[in-house]
Write a protein that binds this ligand. Structure first.
Ligand code: MG
Ligand code: ZN
Length: 368
């Protein structure tokens, strides 16, 4: 009897101490009676902690588009199995409101599929879009359309674009659709789903002609897109184009996720200059989105990060020019993360809350 009793008590203790189950429940309770947004644009700066923002701010001449946001909150980024989240669990918290294990995409901590905000939007007849400066099958965009237990199953993730054919996508990773181990070529299959596809080999992004009667997909690279420093230049034009395209696609509204993916990679490389250039590019994308949202008046814009990367700190420098960065890690850290909100419903984003609450707030505001 005794070992059984101990096992039983241990189970009870484990269940009652699981912070994610308790906090997920509390973060679901959102009451809102104000004006609802028709469109939501979620912008994720991967690895963008407060120091990354600070470094970009000083290098950019002491200004960022982020300063235009009237509401600022803070989220708690830990995952279901680790104080330090990865981008898969971090993005699944935003996309589906579940704390899950690191590496999980669109699944809860028990490996059950969880419906994402993008899938719900699609089901409700809203237009949907994804833009990333990584591959389009990388963890952050993947968590909105795919359900896999391992973020590195890129070919499996690519297949989910057939199941969830978003109206607009721009990102790298053409190889995972075309040069696959299973021998399938998903590109003609996507065309059958109504896509007008283009890529970096055919034409630069800026010159791609967009057919508004079709879905639009553009591959910016075979694998990972270039660094901004190396000439990648599509984040700002895609941030201008995507909301206009999606607005014409559905009169019910749209959900768009845009990721500045490589701020994180600069952190992993412990490369201050890489972080700063990616941060400024992302902020310029934010500026393009803010121009749309200010004119539109029915769009909620949320900017946040999944986690901080590098344990980055500025120990020396001058406000106008030199930023001397130091790092405590080449991995992610546990820092609490800022959230910026603008537009109808933005006030829900003030305060300190779980990363999963961002999903519930978006869901409440969409009225799903
Ligand atoms: Mg990412
Ligand atoms: Zn990372």
């Amino acid at each position: 009897m005794r070992p059984l009793l101990i096992a039983f008590l241990a189970t009870i203790l484990f269940i009652s101490c699981d912070p994610s189950s308790v906090l997920n429940e509390s973060s679901k309770a959102e009451v809102y009676s104000g004006k609802r947004p028709k469109n939501i644009i979620l912008m994720v700066g991967d690895g963008m902690g407060l120091t990354q923002i600070t470094a970009g701010y000083y290098r950019n001449g002491e200004k960022l588009n982020l300063e235009k946001f009237p509401v600022i909150g803070i989220h708690k980024p830990y995952s279901a199995n680790d104080l330090i989240t990865d981008s898969a669990a971090g993005a699944t918290a935003f996309s589906a409101g579940k704390k899950t294990f690191n590496k999980a995409i669109g699944m809860d901590k028990d490996s059950a599929f969880v419906k994402t905000i993008l899938e719900e939007a699609m089901k409700q007849g809203l237009a949907t879009g994804l833009v990333a400066t990584s591959t389009i099958v990388h963890a952050t965009p993947a968590a909105f359309v795919a359900h896999v237990d391992d973020r590195y199953k890129y070919e499996d993730i690519a297949k989910f674009f057939l199941l969830n054919p978003v109206d607009y996508f721009v990102g790298g990773g053409k190889q995972y659709f075309e040069q696959r181990e299973d021998g399938l070529n998903l590109l003609p299959m996507l065309e059958e789903k109504g896509y007008d596809l283009s890529d970096y080999e055919k034409e630069p992004f800026r010159e791609a002609v967009v057919d508004f009667d079709k879905k639009f997909g553009y591959f910016t690279a075979e694998s990972d897109p270039l660094k901004y420093e190396e000439g990648r230049d599509y984040l700002v034009p895609a941030s201008k184009q995507a909301p206009l395209f999606l607005k014409r696609k559905s009169e019910k509204g749209f959900f768009l996720m845009i990721e500045g993916s490589q701020i994180d990679w600069g952190g992993h490389d412990n490369d201050s200059e890489y972080i700063i250039s990616e941060m400024i590019d992302f902020d310029n994308g934010i500026g393009a989105i803010m121009d749309f949202a200010e004119e539109d008046g029915e769009t909620l814009v949320i900017v946040t990060a999944d986690h901080e990367t590098g344990g980055y700190a500025i120990n020396k420098g001058s406000t106008r020019d030199t930023i001397i960065g130091r790092f405590t890690s080449d991995q992610h850290t546990a820092q609490l993360i800022p959230v910026f909100a603008y537009g109808p419903g933005a006030e829900l984003f003030s305060g300190i809350y779980e990363n999963t609450a961002i999903y519930y707030k978006m869901k409440t505001l969409f009225g799903f």
